[in-house]
Write a protein of this length. Structure first.
Length: 325
């Protein structure tokens, strides 16, 4: 298949570069490709509720939530060096979003809510600042301070996206797994229902469930304004908003911290190439195996008039043959 042939060529170049530069290989990404092509079995979940897909990188730590309750503060700072800085400056994002919401409340989340509702369920909608690794210049101009802050923090954003997400009252996202274990997701609380804030304070005391929540695996938690909630969406996860107010968060998708620089570069290349194939930016050609066979047939046909005749009647070089990809 042309796509995977092009992938392997690109991976060869990436591996050669990073071996010389940093002594890093991309063996796990080679395995990723084999699994994505169905050449090796699907991965098994590592815990209850863990449902990784064929888009899987072996050997990465998997747990529902990544934060100070599951890592020490030192580990947290090492794995996510940008996180504390983002929380320290979260008021920039909160204030800019709230000002924009007051001015354009009616149309702010209306642009692509229809198809998002089909995917995520009624009541969920988003404003995308980045999608598939590309910043949306028009949206970023609407939130310039947020955009600049995210750029300045050098967050290792992955190939999925950055968006403001709204969950309307009385709605929720049904349980599902995104499958990709090599991407983690952080939610920064922007506007969290007041009922939920009060409930959240009591939750630690009596174990009650908040009105506005997210469940990952078997763990259910809530959001706090200006604080990050970091999760692994290859676990089955769902949300609910049983309050009377909208809930708003900023969602950031970023690389799993245990990926090497070479592995991040390789995955970026694979998904960028896939996006180009899907959007028609890469011209299709016959698979290399077929092209090599045709070239061999031409050589076997020999020179002179006989070779020319054989190429015309199917002895090789028939450019009208279509490939069934």
């Amino acid at each position: 298949m042309q796509f995977w042939e092009d992938v392997e060529e690109g991976l060869d170049d990436i591996e050669s570069f990073y071996r010389k530069k940093k002594g890093q290989d991309i063996d796990r990404i080679r395995q990723f490709g084999k699994r994505a092509r169905g050449e090796i079995p699907l991965p098994l979940g590592s815990a209850d509720g863990h449902e990784p897909s064929e888009e899987h990188v072996d050997g990465l730590t998997a747990k529902p939530f990544w934060d100070t309750t599951t890592t020490t503060k030192e580990e947290d700072a090492e794995l996510f060096p940008w996180a504390a800085k983002l929380e320290e400056q979260a008021s920039i994002i909160v204030e800019e979003f709230e000002a924009k919401l007051q001015r354009d409340q009616e149309k702010l989340f209306s642009a692509d809510s229809v198809w998002q509702n089909q995917v995520m369920g009624n009541g969920w909608s988003a404003i995308r600042l980045q999608r598939l690794g590309t910043w949306n210049s028009e949206t970023c101009q609407e939130f310039p301070r947020t955009y600049q802050l995210l750029k300045d923090l050098n967050i290792p954003l992955a190939v999925r996206g950055v968006c403001f997400a709204k969950q309307a009252p009385g709605s929720g996202v049904q349980p599902h797994s995104d499958g990709r274990n090599f991407i983690l997701t952080s939610h920064l609380g922007i506007q969290v229902p007041k009922e939920n804030q009060e409930e959240a304070e009591e939750e630690g005391k009596n174990g009650s469930s908040p009105l506005c929540w997210i469940q990952v695996g078997n763990e259910r938690r809530t959001w706090q304004v200006g604080k990050l909630l970091t999760l692994d969406t290859s676990f089955v996860h769902s949300t609910g908003n049983d309050s009377t107010e909208d809930r708003h968060v900023l969602i950031l998708d970023f690389w799993h911290p245990e990926l090497t620089e070479a592995e991040r570069a390789a995955l970026t290349f694979i998904y960028d190439l896939r996006n180009k194939f899907e959007s028609g930016q890469v011209p299709f050609r016959k698979p290399k195996q077929i092209l090599e066979e045709e070239q061999q047939q031409k050589q076997n046909a020999g020179g002179g008039f006989g070779g020319f005749w054989k190429s015309l009647v199917g002895g090789g070089g028939n450019d009208d043959d279509d490939d069934d990809e």
